[in-house]
Ligand binder design. Structure first.
Ligand code: PEP
Length: 259
């Protein structure tokens, strides 16, 4: 059994509303309280952070409040952006960086992802750094190259002592929101390679302690098999995190793997 505590994040993307967001948070908080062996975070849209944070806090569930993005500058003329200090003011504990939709829909480069990752960690927050290949990259046999490039670039300049607050999410882009899911064997193989790569960038103990989550059409029906793999330490969940009845069994499956 690994010593890495299982971790499941719910990325709500641009979904939920002023009432439905806190309502979902309350349901997740109640259910997650039954599975303390799994760390849980939810990532609501920015406008609902405060209300969702209150809903989570009221349940004393241990569910962490997450942000889907941030800007790396502390303040200034950056219209539309949200600083890490503002997120901290709202009670955010963890921030996603490098999500594939930020990379491929909104054009974020490896350099921007790296700047955000470093700024989140320097501020003392936790970071979930997302990496993963496009379908055409997979079909061209470039999965490992893409992951290596994104991992090396994302972690450039991140000191070893900050790695305890860093989680990797491997999310093959072709599996995100498509209903197509990586097989457990394929996902495990990629996760193992990511851990080997971490071991070449940091000490073996850091590689062994860093959690690597799987993301891409994870749902209640496929979670147990994927989350039973030795190097898959939990999941980052999009669509299935929008309904507590679908999200909570994923948390239960992660908790069952132990850690
Ligand atoms: C995600 O947004 O990180 C994700 C994995 O989405 P989905 O679960 O919907 O594929």
């Amino acid at each position: 059994m690994s010593t890495r505590k299982p971790y499941v994040g719910g990325n709500w993307k641009m979904n939920t509303g002023r009432e439905s967001g806190p309502a979902l948070a309350r349901e997740v908080a109640s259910g997650a309280a039954q599975h303390r062996g799994c760390e849980v975070a939810v990532f609501p849209p920015f406008p609902f952070l405060l209300a969702v944070g209150e809903a989570l806090g009221a349940r004393d569930s241990g569910v962490k409040l997450g942000a889907q993005d941030c800007y790396f500058q502390p303040s200034g003329a950056f219209t539309g952006e949200v600083s890490i200090g503002m997120l901290q003011d709202c009670g955010v504990a963890v921030v996603l960086t490098g999500h594939s939709e930020r990379r491929h829909v909104l054009g974020e480069t490896d350099a921007i992802v790296n700047a955000k990752t470093k700024a989140v960690l320097a501020a003392g927050l936790e970071c979930v750094l997302c990496i993963g290949e496009l379908l055409e990259e997979r079909e061209a046999g470039k999965t490992d190259d893409v992951n290596e490039r994104q991992l090396r670039a994302g972690l450039a300049g991140v000191p070893s002592e900050q790695m305890a607050r860093l989680t990797i999410a491997y999310e093959p882009v072709w599996a995100i929101g498509t209903g197509r899911v990586a097989t457990a064997v394929d996902a495990q193989d990629v996760h193992r390679k990511i851990r080997v790569l971490l071991g070449s960038l940091y000490a073996p103990a850091v590689a062994g302690a860093t959690r690597i989550l799987y993301g891409g059409s994870l749902k209640a029906s496929n979670a147990s098999e994927l989350l039973a793999q030795p190097d898959i330490d939990g999941g980052l969940v999009g669509g299935a995190s929008l309904q507590a009845a679908e999200f909570l069994p994923i948390i239960a499956a992660a908790a069952a793997r132990g850690g």
